[in-house]
Ligand binder design. Structure first.
Ligand code: M6R
Length: 614
C-alpha cells in the first residue's frame, strides 16, 4: 500500500522518481506526487488519480536539484484527493509515508494546541510537523528524525527531505518495507530508497533491506544505518539477479494476462529446486533448517495467510492431511493474530505470502515465533519481511507479479504445497517410493497441462459478452476444488466487481439455493474423482431452479456437459494437482469479464498489491 521512491544522485531525480513510481503503481493508485529540490527550494507537485495525471503535470517542469522524493498513494486517512496526496510539506520539510500512524489523533490535538496549521486530513502530515518542530531547534535532520521516532506508533516507512540540506535524505521504517539501492558501480554517486526493489532495478542490483525501527541517513556520498537507540549498524548488502524484463509487459495488453501466460514456466520454476528429475523424487535438503529433521518431529501444521494465499493454504491442508496424516489448521492471519491461538509444542507454522510483506501475515508469524513454533515461509520475494522472520524458506520462484490479482504466485504455491506434502511424508518414512514417483511424475506434467488449459483464453474472450448479463455467480466445488471455487469467486469480485460467492457444493442446500434463479450463473469445478456424483446431484438441484451452469470437468464428461451452458474440459491428473490446472480457466474468465466491462484489470479499484496495513 503506497509506493515510495527517494533519490539522491547524479541523474535527473524527476525521471528516476517517475519511472520508479510507475513500477510501484500496483501498491496504490489514487493520487501521486513528487517533491524535488529546484533552485534550492522544494518544488512539490501532486495530482489526484493515477500516476499518469502526475506525469502529465510534471512533464514540462524543470528541476535542477539532485534530490527528491515521490509517492503513489493508497488512501488510509483522508479521501483520495490532491490535498491528501504525498509528499506532505511543512516548512522546509517534505515527507512521504507508507502505513498508518495509530496515535495520530493524540499528535494532532497536541499540534493544534501549539498552533500548527494542518492542511490535509492525513496522519502523514503530522509526522512532517513533528520533524519540522524539531529541526527548527537543532538544525539536524538525522537528529530530528531520531527524536520523533519514539513519538509515533503504528506501521510506517517514511522518507524525509530537508530543503536546506539538498544533499541529504533520511528514511526510517517500522512495518512496511523500505529498501536502499546503492550505486551499481560502487561509486556512491547515487542512492535510491524504495518500497520495492522493482523501482530501482533498472539502475542497480545492489540492495540493503531495512529492518523495523532502523534509520538510514544518506548525506553527500555516504550512507549510515542506525537502530532506534541511535547506535550505528553494519548492514549486509544483497545482490539481486532479477532482470528488468521480468517487470515489463512483454507485449501483453495487461500484466495480469502476461502473468497468466507465464504459469507453465513459473510453476516449473517453482518446482525445480525441490525435485530430482532423474529419479522422480523430492529432495529433502536444507531450506534454512534441515527439512528432514524438522518434518520428522512435527505434530501439527498451522497455515497462516490472507486472500488468495489463504485459499492456497486451504489446499495445503487437504494435501498434508491426506498424504501425511498430520493434523493441519488453517487460519486467516488477521484472525489468528488476535484470537490467542493455541500453538502446541512441535507445531510447524507455515506462512504463505506472495509479497512477503502482508501486515497481518507478518504479525501472525511473529506471534507464532513468540510461542516457539518452527517457522516456514513460502514467499515469492526473497528477503521480504516475512521471509526474514522465518527459519525455513521455500520460494514460489514466479518472478515479479505486478497484477493486483494474484495468478502465477497462486499456482506456484500450489506446486510447492504438493512438494511439501511429499517431503513431510517422506521425512516421516510414510511415502512409498512408488507413490512418490507417481506423484512427482504427475507434478512434472502440470506445466504442459496448463499450456493446454490456456487455450480457453479465446473461448472466454468470446463468452465474456454473454456472461456479463448474469447478476451473480455462485462458484461451487468439493474437496480441493472448494478452495478453487473460493479463489474463482475472489478473482471475479476483485476484477469485474460482480457479485460472486464461493461455496462448498454440499453446503448449497443450506442457504445459497435460495439465491438461484435464471439470473444466477453457477460455476462448478467438478473434476472426475470420488466426489463427482455428489457434485452432479447438487448441480441438478440448482438447474431445476433455473441456475445456468458453467462447468469445469475432466476430459469429455458427458453428464456434466449435457447439463451445462458452457463446459470446459481439463486434462486428466491426480487430485493433488487438479487445483493447479482448474484455477486457470477461472482466472481467464475473470480477466475477460473485467476487460469486456472496461475495468482496469491490473489495478482494480480500492485495492493494492501489497497490503502492509492491517
Ligand atoms: O502478498 P500476499 O500473498 O500476502 O497477499 C495476500 C492477499 O492480499 C492477496 O492474495 C489478495 O487477496 C490478492 N489481491 C488476490 O488476488
Amino acid at each position: 500500500m503506497c509506493g515510495i521512491v527517494g533519490y539522491l544522485g547524479i541523474q535527473n531525480p524527476k525521471t528516476i522518481i517517475i519511472d520508479g513510481l510507475k513500477k510501484l503503481e500496483y501498491r496504490g493508485y489514487d493520487s501521486a506526487g513528487v517533491a524535488i529540490i529546484h533552485d534550492g527550494k522544494t518544488k512539490r507537485i501532486r495530482a489526484q488519480g493515477k500516476l499518469k495525471a502526475l506525469e502529465d503535470k510534471v512533464q514540462n517542469e524543470e528541476f535542477n536539484g539532485h534530490v527528491g522524493i515521490g509517492h503513489t498513494r493508497w488512501a488510509t486517512h483522508g479521501a483520495p484527493n490532491e490535498r491528501n496526496a504525498h509528499p506532505h510539506q511543512v516548512g522546509e520539510i517534505s515527507l512521504v509515508h507508507n502505513g498508518i500512524i495509530e496515535n495520530y489523533l493524540e499528535i494532532k490535538e497536541e499540534l493544534l494546541a501549539q498552533g500548527a496549521i494542518i492542511t490535509s486530513d492525513t496522519d502523514s502530515e503530522l509526522v512532517a510537523h513533528l520533524i519540522w518542530n524539531e529541526i527548527q531547534k537543532n538544525q539536524n535532520l538525522l537528529q530530528s528524525v531520531q527524536n520523533i521516532l519514539k513519538r509515533i506508533v503504528g506501521a510506517f516507512s517514511i522518507v524525509v527531505l530537508w530543503e536546506k540540506s539538498p544533499n541529504e535524505l533520511v528514511a526510517f521504517k517500522d512495518g512496511p518495507p523500505l529498501i536502499v539501492g546503492l550505486s551499481k558501480d560502487k561509486s556512491n554517486d547515487e542512492f535510491f530508497i524504495v518500497s520495492d526493489v522493482q523501482a530501482a532495478l533498472v539502475h542497480t542490483n545492489r540492495f540493503v533491506y531495512l529492518n523495523d525501527r532502523e534509520v538510514v541517513h544518506i548525506k553527500d556520498h555516504s550512507i549510515s544505518y542506525y537502530n532506534a537507540d541511535g547506535e550505528k549498524l553494519n548492514k549486509p548488502e544483497s545482490i539481486l539477479d532479477w532482470s528488468t524484463d521480468m517487470v515489463e509487459k512483454m507485449g501483453f495488453e495487461h500484466y495480469m494476462l502476461k502473468e497468466l501466460y507465464e504459469q507453465p514456466r513459473s510453476v516449473a520454476n517453482a518446482m525445480a529446486p525441490y525435485i530430482d528429475t532423474d529419479t522422480h523424487t523430492v529432495k529433502l535438503t536444507d531450506i534454512g533448517f534441515d527439512a528432514e529433521t524438522v518434518f520428522k518431529k512435527i505434530d501439527r501444521v498451522i497455515f497462516v495467510a490472507c486472500g488468495t494465499s489463504f485459499y492456497a493454504a486451504m489446499i495445503g491442508k487437504y494435501l498434508i492431511e491426506q498424504i501425511c496424516r498430520v493434523p493441519v489448521d488453517t487460519d486467516v492471519a488477521s484472525e489468528f493474530r488476535y484470537r490467542r491461538p493455541v500453538i502446541p509444542k512441535n507445531s510447524l507454522v507455515i506462512s504463505i505470502s506472495q509479497s512477503g510483506e502482508t501486515a497481518d501475515t507478518l504479525a501472525a508469524v511473529r506471534l507464532a515465533k513468540e510461542h516457539g513454533a518452527e517457522l516456514l515461509s513460502i514467499t515469492n520475494v526473497a528477503h521480504s519481511s516475512i521471509d526474514r522472520e522465518a527459519a525455513g524458506h521455500m520460494y514460489m520462484n514466479s518472478g515479479v507479479e505486478i497484477g493486483v490479482a494474484s495468478t502465477k504466485a497462486f499456482t506456484s504455491t500450489l506446486a510447492i504445497l504438493n512438494i511439501l506434502a511429499l517431503q513431510i511424508s517422506k521425512a516421516r518414512g510414510a511415502l512409498a517410493p512408488v507413490s512418490e514417483k507417481q506423484y512427482v511424475q504427475n507434478l512434472l506434467a502440470v506445466p504442459g497441462q496448463i499450456e493446454v488449459v490456456l487455450a480457453y483464453d479465446k473461448y472466454f474472450s468470446e463468452a465474456a459478452e454473454q456472461l456479463k448479463k448474469y447478476k451473480g455467480f455462485l462458484y461451487l466445488g468439493r474437496g480441493v476444488s472448494y478452495p478453487i471455487a473460493l479463489e474463482g469467486a475472489l478473482k471475479l469480485k476483485e476484477l469485474a466487481y460482480m457479485h460472486a460467492e464461493g461455496y462448498a457444493a454440499g453446503e448449497m442446500k443450506h442457504g445459497p439455493l435460495a439465491l438461484i434463479d435464471d439470473n444466477m450463473a453457477i460455476v462448478v469445478v467438478a473434476p472426475t474423482d470420488e466426489l463427482l456424483d455428489k457434485t452432479i446431484s447438487n448441480l441438478q438441484e440448482a438447474k431445476a431452479r433455473g441456475g445456468k451452469i458453467i462447468s469445469i470437468g475432466t476430459g469429455e464428461n458427458k453428464s456434466l456437459k449435457s447439463m451445462s451452458e458452457y463446459y470446459l474440459s481439463l486434462p486428466h491428473s491426480l487430485w493433488t494437482t487438479n487445483p493447479i490446472i482448474s484455477v486457470v480457466p477461472l482466472q481467464l474468465m475473470a480477466y475477460h469479464l473485467a476487460h469486456s466491462l472496461g475495468y482496469d484489470v491490473d489495478q482494480p479499484r480500492n485495492l493494492a498489491k501489497s497490503v502492509t496495513v492491517e
